[in-house]
Design a protein around this ligand. Structure first.
Ligand SMILES: NC(=O)c1ccc[n+]([C@@H]2O[C@H](COP(=O)([O-])OP(=O)(O)OC[C@H]3O[C@@H](n4cnc5c(N)ncnc54)[C@H](OP(=O)(O)O)[C@@H]3O)[C@@H](O)[C@H]2O)c1
Length: 281
């Protein structure tokens, strides 16, 4: 199949490309190849490339930056998604759109399913939810994938921050009342590869199984590296950031489970493979 990958230069997009490249014809787009905030750009790209499927990983993902740059966040995460959806509709292209656990408010005490009601607590979450709504209202042939707390090789993230803190004997600040499902970008990409060949539609949660707090995640990395780590455990109220985070946004891959195809491993297994790969670098 011919696949157009918006945001293919990012953390998840890079591993989606790796997962798909041998079996599909994948064209990777960065923000300079196509700025999704401009309808004429996405329209022209999709018209010109004529893909079977468009995958959208393009987003403003810096949660604190979204809080400070609300217009920019809505332009990329909502209007940009609307532009892709309009273009997909007009040229009969299926859209696989990536969204987030941060559409939930974090008040639930067990992992969120696709049937739970979103209620975002920050601007990033609100803009991502607006993007989801555009996809659902413009298209019939779409899949929205919500994932969470991604780690992978393309760019820095919390797991790398902890690994580097351990290596350099620096203080590691880890929040204990922030809980979600840490997910390995290559595992998520592998599931995306499976799902695009199915004749499916709707919302799917795709995260490594289980959940933990940032503090537990840091402890697990220390255990895997077998080195001492200087972790300062704090509450969100002591970790002042522009954006509030949901306290509990773990995801359950319930839609995949109902279809009997939830084969993604647990987060500890995923983390172990990532840390091992990092050590061998
Ligand atoms: N990271 C996480 O922990 C996490 C968790 C849950 C859900 N998600 C979702 O997963 C998806 C991928 O996230 P990620 O962390 O892989 O992203 P990322 O590493 O921050 O990369 C963002 C991508 O979006 C592109 N982009 C930004 N602005 C754009 C614009 N105006 N036009 C076109 N492209 C633009 C960037 O292109 P350039 O390379 O040119 O800048 C880059 O390829 C997003 O939808 C995000 O909301 C991420």
């Amino acid at each position: 199949m011919k696949i157009l990958l918006f945001g293919g230069t990012g953390l998840l997009g890079t591993d989606i490309y790796e997962a798909l490249k041998n079996e599909h014809q994948v064209k990777v787009l960065s923000s300079s190849d196509c700025d999704i905030t401009k309808l004429e750009n996405t329209y022209h790209k999709i018209k010109f490339e004529k893909p079977d499927i468009a995958i959208n990983c393009a987003a403003l993902t810096d949660v604190d930056r979204c809080e400070k740059e609300e217009d920019n966040a809505y332009k990329i995460n909502a209007i940009g998604v609307k532009n892709i959806a309009i273009s997909c509709r007009d040229f009969g292209v299926k859209l696989i759109h990536i969204s987030t656990d941060y559409v939930f408010d974090g008040e639930k005490k067990e992992p969120y399913t696709e049937f739970d009601k979103p209620n975002p607590v920050n601007i990033y979450g609100r803009t991502k939810l607006a993007g989801e709504k555009f996809v659902k209202s413009i298209l019939n042939n779409y899949i929205i994938i919500r994932t969470a707390w991604i780690f992978g090789k393309k760019r820095q993230h919390f797991v790398d921050y902890v690994i580097s803190g351990i290596k350099n004997n620096e203080e590691i600040i880890a929040v204990k009342d922030m809980v979600s499902s840490p997910s390995y970008s290559s595992d998520v990409a592998g599931e995306i590869k499976n799902i695009i060949t199915l004749n499916e539609t709707g919302i799917f949660h795709i995260a490594n199984k289980g959940y933990c707090s940032r503090a537990e995640l840091a402890e697990e990395i220390i255990r895997l590296l077998k080195k001492p780590g200087n972790v300062k455990v704090v509450n969100q109220s002591q970790w002042l950031r522009p954006a509030k985070r949901p306290f509990f946004s773990a995801l359950k891959n319930y839609h995949l489970h109902l279809l009997g195809i939830d084969n993604i491993p647990g987060w500890r297994d995923a983390l172990k493979r990532y840390v091992r790969a990092k050590i061998e670098e």
